[in-house]
Ligand binder design. Structure first.
Ligand code: ADP
Ligand code: MG
Length: 508
């Protein structure tokens, strides 16, 4: 008969649940449990107080998403561990505390079967502490290995998405926001949602504020990080996206005077009880942060692009050594923060005089120099649609000399902002456009790409992120001829709202 002890079974059951670390202080009856854990390949760290052992084990749970064990004796050992268990629960961090108690008399419940449940309840739903009590005599009791059945390893927690109607509502709120803010909490860190959160920040251009342990999900030196202006950001935000952070004392409960009394909260949390805690959420998104952010990104990508979305994808594709020529109003302003330069003399824009119409000439000069020096650096000319109009005919010059310049027209149908084709048609029906059309507007959805194709270069009409990426990639691959990408963005996408007065006049 192949005999195993209770201690061995505990250790092997833990190992089969992918538990890798055990912290504790041994004493009768759990010394053998620690030894068996080591024999099973679990790292055992002997600590000096159960409280610190439990802090350590719960930190492993936070950092890896898989619980570690805190091993304690009964009575005082467990009492000391309680501080760590409470801390883990409040932090929403998984941990398994195993305490050895006195020998069984009558109340055994087949404790080994409870291991997978303990692992599961520590990491499923809102993560937290679980406790297993082992009767002392079971630690050294022997049974036939053939009679043991291990439960298979508990899989990672299931991931849930939010109600799609709530997502629509949240995206609507966010699009209408004047001063939106994203707060990144340690729930986002635990969720390992850094990729999704980065994309959300970068395609929307919204500033973010990390909580103390939300720091690092996106790096503190990210251009959108407003940690240095925390109080001002909290107070002035009109819509806040709360990603895995609670409106507790760390965030002043979400109350005035630290927050605006009118702030609208879009709250993402996997714990239903947490939603609308302290402040009623304008939009409550119950689900996993990574999944919910992906849902909202998918919805946003069906809507017209804004400046930030367009620049985010352009910046991902542009080579670091390219020469960036830029002019326009919002196009140049926002482009300055989102399209980075890594080399000197690689940026040419409207300059000291704020002159519009300089772009194509500058781009031609840079491309001619490149050609003479036989260098492979690309010239990318990023133009507002109005700015492009000033010297657009130089496209013929580019084609005549086969200069592989890439012109990207960020087209919002106007200066600062414009109107959509439907509104334009309605205006036309109302009468004399010279008395009606807002002075900032240009012809909606003008097909500037045809100016390029008229002379033999490649013209692209771009509406979606996919079209933008593939057109830009094709243009970068083409070193023989210039290209023009006419990127139609949301005509109301004006982060500075210069147009508000005009637009309100029209709407009234
Ligand atoms: P902070 O201290 O950074 O404000 P909190 O501990 O207050 O963070 O809040 C973390 C929140 O994150 C908790 O309400 C928890 O339920 C939630 N949370 C943890 N993991 C996830 C996840 N994967 N998806 C969504 N919410 C999560
Ligand atoms: Mg918090």
């Amino acid at each position: 008969m192949d005999e195993v002890t209770g201690a061995q079974l505990i250790a092997e059951a833990l190992k089969s649940q992918n538990v890798e670390y055990m912290f504790g202080i041994v004493g009768v009856p759990i010394i053998e449990v620690a030894m068996a854990a080591q024999a099973a390949g679990i790292k055992y760290v002997g600590m000096r107080n159960e409280q610190a052992a439990c802090y350590a084990a719960s930190a492993i749970g936070y950092l890896t998403g898989r619980p570690a064990v805190c091993l304690v004796v009964s009575g005082p050992g467990l009492i000391h561990a309680l501080g760590g268990m409470a801390n883990a629960n409040m932090n929403c961090w998984p941990v398994i505390v195993i305490g050895g108690s006195s020998d069984r008399n009558q109340e055994t419940t087949g404790a080994f079967q409870e291991f997978p449940q303990a692992v599961r309840s520590s990491i499923y739903g809102r993560p937290g502490a679980t406790y297993i009590d082992i009767a002392g005599d079971m630690v050294n009791a022997k049974i036939d290995r053939a009679s043991v059945r291990f439960v298979s390893c508990c899989p990672a927690p299931p991931v849930s998405q939010a109600d799609s109607r709530e997502i629509t509502q949240a995206v609507r709120l966010l699009r209408a926001a004047q001063r939106p803010l994203i707060i990144i909490g340690k729930g986002a860190a635990y969720a390992r949602a850094e990729k999704e959160v980065r994309e959300l920040v970068e395609v929307t251009g919204i500033p973010f504020l990390p909580t103390p342990m939300g720091k690092g999900v996106l790096s503190d030196d990210h251009p959108n990080c407003v940690a240095a202006a925390r109080s001002r950001a909290l107070l002035q935000a009109d819509v806040i996206v709360l990603l895995g952070a609670r409106l507790n004392w760390i965030l002043h409960f979400g109350f005035p005077p630290r927050f605006s009394p009118h702030v609208k909260i879009i709250q993402v949390d996997l714990c239903a009880e947490e939603l609308s805690n302290n402040v009623r959420a304008a939009s409550a998104l119950l689900g996993d942060i990574g999944a919910v952010v992906r849902q909202s990104l998918a919805l946003q990508s069906t809507l017209p692009m804004n400046y930030y979305t367009a620049f985010h994808h352009i910046s991902e594709l542009l080579p670091k050594d390219c020469i960036i020529v830029s002019e326009g109003a919002n196009t140049m302003d926002i482009g300055r923060t989102m399209l980075l330069n890594y080399l000197p003399r690689h940026r040419l824009d409207a300059g000291t005089f704020g002159t519009m119409g300089v772009g194509p000439g500058f781009a031609i000069a840079a491309a001619v120099l490149e050609q003479t020096q036989k260098s492979a650096q690309r010239v990318v000319c990023i133009e507002g649609d109005s700015a492009f109009g000033f010297s657009g005919m130089e496209v013929e010059t580019m084609c005549r000399y086969k200069l592989p310049i890439i012109i990207i027209v960020i087209n919002n149908n106007g200066i600062y902002s414009g109107v959509d084709p439907k509104t334009w048609k309605e205006m036309e029906k109302m009468g004399d456009m010279t008395t009606i059309a807002p002075p900032v507007t240009l012809l909606p959805e003008a097909q500037y790409e045809q100016v390029m194709s008229a002379f033999g270069g490649r013209g692209y009409l771009v509406r979606t992120v996919e079209e933008l990426r593939s057109a830009l990639q094709e243009s970068l691959d083409n070193t023989q001829m210039p290209s023009l990408l006419n990127v139609l963005i949301d005509p109301a996408s004006d982060p500075f709202k210069y147009h508000l007065a005009t637009k309100n006049n029209w709407e009234n």
